[in-house]
Design a protein around this ligand. Structure first.
Ligand SMILES: Nc1ncnc2c1ncn2[C@@H]1O[C@H](COP(=O)(O)OP(=O)(O)OP(=O)(O)O)[C@@H](O)[C@H]1O
Ligand SMILES: Nc1ccn([C@H]2C[C@H](O)[C@@H](COP(=O)(O)O)O2)c(=O)n1
Length: 233
């Protein structure tokens, strides 16, 4: 395990859709005074721009070109973070179920993964960051000082997503929402490049029956323990 970096440790939170990664990353970042990087939002921004440009999911040459000309950044907006694609605020537009499924397909393409890998490493390398995604602990920062693999049953993740959609007034049934969660799991776990899987040295957390506060306490303790070890870790 590497020493603590210039700004602190790197925390990797990986896991399937709806496990609670975004919620926990945001809260943990507030507790630690760390930067929060939502790598799923970066892939979503690529998918949105590809759809707008009419690029087919398997057109690697055009996807590579799109990524070369795309800058994804985050700006703080009170408690939240806005996602900018070439300076345009796309925070809301990237959050639809349709873009979520398209993102799952587009994020399987090699040129997209290569482009975002470079951006993610540049953002995180000094530490003091929490990155959430699917391959942070396995590919992006295999030397991250703290790694979590956050999961929950597909039924519970579907139920959480369904409640979120219902609160937004979106029309969807619980069964459909669970089916989409399972479809996304299959795509993310089954792809050739950087599939979703638990890093060997990650701490697994099953949040099916845990509250957000309970998960947060487990994560915060683990990070603080690692920080207390300092450069000896
Ligand atoms: N432990 C928990 N108990 C109850 N609800 C939870 C828990 N963790 C997260 N949630 C809720 O589940 C929903 C999905 O959480 P969140 O968006 O953080 O998941 P995610 O892993 O980031 O999903 P995705 O990868 O699809 O973006 C949110 O409405 C969130 O409030
Ligand atoms: N590091 C990452 C982050 C995300 N993805 C892909 C896989 C997901 O289905 C999609 C959307 O992610 P979400 O915003 O729901 O977390 O993006 C990935 O391949 N690697």
């Amino acid at each position: 395990m590497s020493a603590v970096r210039e700004n602190g440790v790197i925390v990797a939170i990986d896991g399937p859709s709806g496990a609670g990664k975004s919620s926990l990353t945001k809260l943990l970042a507030q507790r630690l005074g760390y930067i929060h990087i939502d790598t799923g939002a970066m892939f979503r921004a690529v998918a949105l721009m590809a759809r707008r440009a009419g690029i087919a999911v398997d057109d690697d040459a055009r996807l590579a070109e799109l990524c070369r000309g795309l800058e994804v950044s985050f700006v703080r907006d009170g408690e939240n973070c806005r996602v900018l694609a070439n300076g345009e605020d796309v925070s809301r537009e990237i959050r639809t179920e349709e873009i979520g499924l398209l993102t799952s397909a587009i994020s399987a393409r090699k040129p997209v993964r290569e482009a975002l890998l470079t951006m993610q490493r540049a953002m995180g390398t000094k530490g003091g960051v929490i990155l959430e995604g699917r391959d942070i602990g396995t590919v992006v920062f295999p030397d991250a000082e703290v790694k979590f693999f956050l999961s929950a049953s597909a039924e519970e993740r579907g139920r959480r997503r369904y409640l979120e959609l219902a609160a937004r007034g979106d029309q969807a049934t619980l069964e459909e929402t669970i089916a989409k969660v399972i479809q996304r799991d299959k795509q993310d776990e089954g792809r050739e490049h950087a599939p979703l899987r638990q890093a060997e040295d990650a701490l697994p957390i099953d949040s099916t029956t845990l509250s957000i506060d309970e998960v947060l306490a487990v994560m915060e303790n683990a990070v603080r323990e690692r920080l207390a070890q300092g450069d000896k870790g």
